[in-house]
Design a protein around this ligand. Structure first.
Ligand code: ADP
Length: 494
């Protein structure tokens, strides 16, 4: 019998044979239309596949869903806006939006009833911890190369070269010596929001970093004596710039099952811009306002304009790049982004503990370089769903509602076919790539138009919107190209 990884790879090659293409997943111009894997063809009306989302058996449409959560953000509001009621007891819930600490500490010690659902897979960290993502993708590359050759395995080349420290210190040193003068980024594996990251361009910056008595490299940033694992990753020195500024992209990805692997991607992602002109000059190497695009860092930049923020709707990026690079190049780029998401999930499918009670809403961080190649930076298990402006609130609220519509705790779609599109979520993989009947000219729906309805609640605490850099005109969802990032409030939000 074939291993699961081999089965996945076999599907890729089956698709290759079926489609007659020489590039089964990575560089095809149309991931959705390509005949790969199970070749599921979905129209906007339901197909013949049955839902596998394990909706609560005892919570029919007339029953009120009882939820538990410790957070107070868009997710909490979205649950209440659906008419769900907060549960009283620790286990007396139908749905639990848990934090990852609860998953690590408690999940293994509780018994879930058939209908209960929870928002993380038990060992999500195989995908969301930076070192484990690197390890799993490297293993997938080796396995594909062995089975199908280098051309196939190169399609999984969506992570910039990375080494785990201290374990791969010697390997990294060798690699660094082969590329003298190259720039690398150090990232603590267990931190987020840009905490503890810094750039290096000399090996001595790592050697001097700290060594314990056994010669292992240790972190010394927090005065912590325990060794802290880092990944050191080749820095993308040629990021695509808009208005001279670097940006990365946040994409929301919903996995409802790992067996079969079932992936939805939301159309409304966004870009997060640096507020400072990009520079690779040696004197700027330690300036994180230039190099790290995390909102948590940019908010403290001297150039940050409160109320204008540093975000841009993915759709606006798509339109802007189409004007700049043409539709074919942009279509390829977005298809490639989608393919990288799918491949990263394929890389962990084998090690992930599937559980019908679980689903997961991941926040993917992607950087595009000047050759329009997307690089996966990391995957977040707990993407920030706290809003900073009303627009941000509306976007996240609508996306979370779409997520709950897919998961369907209310069992509105129980027993019916799996749905190819639910709000802004498009089904892109269901035990094989999904072919949609096209309703747009784009191969990937990522970044395609998806209206952002006003959420039922006004988030008064955002206060009065500050004066936009350019006067707002007309429909906030319409597009006009930005000039050096001085767009209108609808384009630049935080
Ligand atoms: P964190 O979990 O701390 O947010 P990330 O991996 O997302 O860590 O990195 C933080 C930021 O640093 C990113 O948003 C991006 O702007 C920048 N960055 C990270 N890795 C790279 C890289 N390999 N090349 C260029 N920029 C990077």
């Amino acid at each position: 019998m074939m291993s699961r990884e081999k089965t996945t790879a076999a599907r890729l090659s089956t698709g290759l044979a079926t489609s007659g293409r020489s590039t089964p997943l990575a560089s095809q111009s149309n991931l959705n239309q390509a005949a790969i894997g199970s070749n599921t063809v979905l129209s906007q009306s339901p197909s013949t596949m049955m839902a596998s989302n394990g909706s609560p058996a005892n919570a029919g449409p007339s029953q009120t869903i009882r939820f538990r959560t410790g957070i107070r953000n868009t997710v909490y509001d979205a649950m209440r806006d659906r008419g769900w009621k907060e549960a009283d007891g620790d286990m007396d819930w139908d749905f639990f939006w848990a934090d990852v600490h609860w998953i690590h500490e408690t999940f293994d010690h509780v018994y879930l009833q058939e209908h209960q659902r929870i928002n993380h897979f038990r060992n999500h960290y195989e995908l969301t911890r930076k070192d484990l993502l690197v390890k799993n993708v490297k293993r997938m590359i080796k396995s594909i190369e062995k089975e199908y050759g280098k051309t196939e395995s190169q399609k999984f080349d969506f992570l910039s070269p990375s080494y785990v420290l201290p374990a791969e210190h010697a390997l990294f040193t060798e690699e660094f010596k082969r590329n003298p003068g190259s720039v690398w980024i150090m990232k603590p594996v267990g931190k987020a929001q840009g905490k503890g990251i810094f750039l290096i361009n000399k090996i001595s910056q790592i050697n001097g970093w700290r060594k314990d008595v056994k010669g292992n490299v240790k972190g010394d940033r927090d005065g912590d004596d325990a060794p802290e694992a880092y990944i050191v990753q080749r820095y993308i020195e040629n990021p695509l710039l808009i208005g001279g500024k670097k940006f990365d992209i946040r994409v929301y990805v919903l996995v409802t099952s790992y067996y079969p692997l079932t992936i939805y991607i939301h159309r409304n992602g966004f870009c997060r811009f640096s507020n400072t002109q990009f520079s690779m000059q040696a004197k700027d190497i330690s300036n994180m306002y230039i190099h790290a695009t995390n909102v948590a860092i940019q908010k403290h930049s001297p150039n940050y304009i409160s109320g204008r923020g540093c975000k841009w709707l993915l759709r606006n990026l798509k339109l802007f790049l189409t004007a700049r690079h043409g539709s074919k190049a942009v279509d390829d780029l977005f298809t490639e982004m989608e393919a990288s998401v799918v491949r990263s999930l394929m890389s962990v499918q084998k090690v992930m503990i599937n559980d019908k009670h679980c689903f997961e809403l991941y926040g993917y961080d992607i950087l595009i370089d000047q050759n329009l190649k997307p690089w996966l930076l990391e995957v977040n298990a707990s993407p920030s769903l706290t809003a900073e402006t009303q627009w941000d609130y509306d976007l996240k609220h609508a996306m979370v509602q779409d997520c709950f519509d897919v998961v369907d705790l209310e069992r509105r779609h129980s027993g019916k076919s799996i749905r190819p599109r639910v709000g802004g979520f498009d089904l892109v993989y269901n035990d094989g790539p999904v072919r949609h009947e096209r309703t747009s000219n784009y191969a990937s729906y990522l970044g395609c138009h998806q209206p952002i309805p006003r959420a039922p609640r006004q988030k008064k605490r955002f206060g009065k919107p500050s004066t936009p850099a350019v006067k707002l005109s007309g429909n906030p969802n319409t597009y006009s190209p930005p000039t050096a990032l001085s767009g209108s409030q609808d384009q630049l939000v935080s």
